[in-house]
Structure formats: structure tokens, C-alpha cells
Design a binder for this molecule. Structure first.
Ligand code: ARG
Length: 463
């Protein structure tokens, strides 16, 4: 057939003929070469099993194993020439194996297919990323714990609507992130446990007539068990979707602290100083210390969630089992994983290096009538007012202070008594921010005593 005939209508902008274009769209080697270590580990386990079950001879298996180790060494040394004509990592490795050991290489692909092979390689890779994410999260949690410990009783404003709400402790705020990242860690652990079943042996889609031992391969590769349904196995990318989903939630958490760092490090807030290591200067404004790393972390969710949506969209509506659509899974997951791990490491560095401005935190905590709720609670507790009435009285006192341009503790007792005659000078004890946070001892509340107990608990969890 005339190769150029088919594209005469639309081929004007292509310099290559249709075969080259087909190769370009079909090949995955440009990105799936990252799976080489997983591909070779899977092939070595498969060959050992084929020998153990008598499907190939021990001599052939030994040759295959030797050859695969050489292929891996060549790849690691950067001496391997990847070929687009050989499409993907599986065929690149097998072809090189044939060049090294000759005929026995042709026996490696007995009782398997690229469909279960890619499912295995990718699962092994994603499993490693789960482990890396868990390790990164634990390091990050430790960094927050160190901050919490240093400032367990430092007072700062707690916000709702980014308006001063009530005084809280720095330690409590740091521990809020420990809780979030602990949930992320649990999600990765949970996903890892669920994905830890070995796909190899599902073959193309229906299993195989060879007397393979899938349990042996599963064990060799550190899986709990083989997958139970060959159709599901070759069609499934849930493990990647779960990884991406957990990564998205985690990146969302990163973005929230990143935003707080951007706000807190501004000249208007001055709550924290970011270290030089994680700040950048401006090429024109010499006074600037820009929180670029925090801003980039705020943005990372964009691409990670983008990858998640992309893979969901690839998988949606695919009839069982494998379709080539699924080759579009890898780049998204690679990019998301790389950026998540980089983001975790960067945040760990920023949190570890962060210097809180205790004086600025405390001054801000005392402003904005932050102890108004404490005052209302005092009126309920000491004067037995219904909370609604106490709220009303407190509102009037806040208005008075606002009109005078002072804070609540600056009001004279007589001024307060003009609003409600039974107020005594005992009220001043609850208007201080230290007393306010110390009083919030309800379980999960911000009191320093709670913060210290939670720090001890998390230290034990992390070991
Ligand atoms: N490169 C392929 C992928 O990443 C490997 C599986 C190909 N299987 C097939 N039957 N064409 O999905």
C-alpha cells in the first residue's frame, strides 16, 4: 500500500509518513523506561518460577537471570540504548536480553503477557511511591512536632473567615497539621495494603494453561497474595487512582499551610520568618524576601489533582479488559508522584527552618477583641446569665472598647458595670490571652496542657 496515500487529505503538516506517526503515538518507551527496575525484578521472579515449576529448564532460567542482571546494570550505567521501534520497556528489555543470551531469552515470555507485565511493573512502582510518601509525611510530621514543642504555650490568634476569632496556641496550630498529614499517611498505608496483590500470571486476560505458581511469584516480589480475577487484574488501575487521590488530598493540605506561610511571612502579619534557604530575593526590590517555595507548594495541587482527573477520565467507560488507553496512566502518575515527594521534602525543610515571631503572635492574639467569647462565658458561669444575653452584653462591651479605641482589658470596671451592674473585677482574669488558652482544656482544645499531651502521643506513634 502507498504509505502517503492515506494522509493526503490531512498530512500536510506531517513531515513523516503514517508509519512513523503510528510509532510516535504508540510508543511508551519515552516515559515507561522509568519502570525498568520493576520490569526486570518481575521478569527475574517469573523466570525463577518457570524453572521451579518445570516450565523451563534451570539452565535457561539461570541464563535469563544473568542476562537480566546485565540489562539492569547497563540501564543503571546509562549505557542502554532505548528504541522507539521496540515500543515499550518490556520489549526493550526482552530484545536486549536476546542480544546478550540468545535463544533462551525467547522462553521468558512463556505464561505471561505485556498486559499482566505492565500491571505488575506499574503496581510495584506505585507501591514504592506509597512508601516514599509515607516516609516523607513522617519527616514532615516530626518537623511540625518540633515546632509544636517549642511553642506549646505561645499564644496566637485563631481565625475564622481570616478574622481574629479566639486566642489559640502555636503548638495547637502546628498539631492541626500533624493530624492532617497523619490522615494522609494512613491513606497511603491503606492504599498500599490494598494494592499489595500480585498481577503476574493473569496473562493477557484469561490466565494461562501452563502450571504456573502465582503464589511463589507473589511472595518473591513482596506481595500478600496473587490477584484473584485475571480479567479484573489486567483491567485494573485502581491502585494508581488511589495513589493519586491520596496525593491530591495531601497536596491540598500542603497548599493550606503554604498559604498560611505566605500570609504569615508578609510585612503586615510578621508572624513568621522563613529561612534564607527557602526565601528568594527580588531582582529589583532589595528589601524583598519572597516565599516562592510556599507559593509553588500552594500551586502543586493544580497539577496533582489534574493528573487525578486525567486518569479517572482515561479509565472511565473502558470495557474490560486492557485497552491501549491505559498506557496514558503512567506520565500522570509519574508527574504527580515526583511533585508530591518534592513538595513534602520542601515543606519539611520550610517547617524545620521556620522561626515564629512570638511577640508578634502574642500581640496579634490580644487584638481584635479575641477574648470576647471568654467574657461571655464568664458572664454565664459567674453571673448565671443565659448565653444569648451574655453574648448581647459582651457585644455592647466590645462596641464600647471599639468606640474608645482600646482593647477589652483596658475598659474600667465602672464602664463595664454601666453595661451590666453585676460585673466584678474578677472578670479581668479571663480577658488575658494566656488565661483564655489555658482555660480551653476540653478534649481537643487549645490549652497548652492538651498540646503537650498530644505531642507525647504523636511522638509515640512515630517512634
Ligand atoms: N506499553 C503498554 C502500556 O503501557 C504495555 C502493555 C501493552 N499491551 C498490549 N497488549 N499492547 O500499557
Amino acid at each position: 500500500m502507498d504509505k502517503t496515500a492515506a494522509n493526503q487529505m490531512w498530512g500536510g503538516r506531517f513531515s513523516a509518513g503514517p508509519d512513523a506517526i503510528m510509532e510516535a503515538i504508540n510508543a511508551s518507551i519515552g516515559f515507561d523506561k522509568r519502570l525498568a527496575p520493576q520490569d526486570i525484578a518481575g521478569s527475574r521472579a517469573h523466570a525463577a518460577m518457570l524453572a521451579a515449576t518445570g516450565i523451563i529448564t534451570p539452565e535457561d532460567a539461570a541464563e535469563i537471570d544473568r542476562g537480566l542482571q546485565q540489562v539492569l546494570a547497563e540501564i543503571e550505567a546509562g549505557e542502554f540504548t532505548f528504541s522507539t521501534a521496540l515500543e515499550d520497556i518490556h520489549m526493550n528489555v526482552e530484545n536486549r536480553l536476546r542480544e546478550i543470551i540468545g535463544a533462551p531469552a525467547g522462553r521468558l515470555h512463556t505464561a505471561r503477557s505485556r498486559n499482566d507485565q505492565v500491571a505488575l511493573d506499574f503496581r510495584l512502582w506505585v507501591r514504592e511511591q506509597c512508601d516514599a510518601a509515607i516516609a516523607g509525611l513522617e519527616a514532615l510530621m516530626r518537623a511540625y512536632l518540633a515546632q509544636a514543642e517549642a511553642g506549646a504555650d505561645w499564644v496566637m490568634p485563631g481565625f475564622t473567615h481570616l478574622q481574629t476569632a479566639q486566642p489559640v496556641t502555636w503548638g495547637h496550630h502546628m498539631l492541626a497539621y500533624v493530624e492532617m498529614f497523619a490522615r494522609d499517611r494512613a491513606r497511603f498505608m491503606d492504599a498500599r495494603a490494598r494494592m499489595n496483590e500480585c498481577p503476574l500470571g493473569a496473562a493477557a486476560l484469561a490466565g494461562t494453561s501452563f502450571p504456573i505458581d502465582r503464589h511463589m511469584v507473589a511472595q518473591a516480589l513482596g506481595f500478600e497474595r496473587p490477584t484473584a480475577n485475571s480479567l479484573d487484574t489486567t483491567a485494573d488501575r485502581d491502585f494508581a487512582l488511589e495513589f493519586l487521590s491520596a496525593a491530591s488530598i495531601c497536596a491540598m493540605h500542603l497548599s493550606r499551610f503554604a498559604e498560611e506561610l505566605v500570609i504569615w511571612s508578609s510585612a503586615q502579619f510578621r508572624f513568621v520568618r522563613m529561612s534564607d534557604r527557602f526565601s528568594t530575593g527580588s531582582s529589583i526590590m532589595p528589601q524583598k524576601r519572597n516565599p516562592d517555595a510556599a507559593e509553588l507548594l500552594r500551586a502543586k495541587l493544580g497539577r496533582i489533582l489534574g493528573a487525578t482527573v486525567a486518569l479517572f477520565t482515561v479509565m472511565k467507560g473502558l470495557a474490560l479488559t486492557y485497552s491501549k488507553d491505559m498506557q496514558e496512566d503512567k506520565e500522570q502518575v509519574f508527574d504527580a508522584a515526583d511533585n508530591l515527594l518534592l513538595g513534602l521534602a520542601a515543606m519539611e525543610g520550610m517547617v524545620s527552618d521556620l522561626t515564629a515571631n512570638r511577640a508578634a503572635l502574642e500581640a496579634a492574639a490580644a487584638s481584635g477583641f479575641s477574648t470576647a467569647t471568654d467574657l461571655a462565658d464568664w458572664l454565664v458561669r459567674e453571673l448565671n446569665l443565659p448565653f444569648r444575653e451574655a453574648h448581647h452584653v459582651t457585644g455592647a462591651l466590645v462596641k464600647l472598647a471599639e468606640d474608645k479605641g482600646c482593647d477589652l482589658p483596658d475598659l474600667a470596671l465602672e464602664e463595664m458595670q454601666n453595661v451590666h451592674g453585676e460585673i466584678t473585677d474578677a472578670v479581668y482574669s479571663v480577658l488575658g490571652v494566656q488565661n483564655s488558652v489555658a482555660s480551653r482544656t476540653s478534649y481537643g482544645g487549645t490549652a497548652p496542657v492538651n498540646v503537650r499531651a498530644q505531642i507525647a502521643r504523636w511522638k509515640e506513634v512515630l517512634g
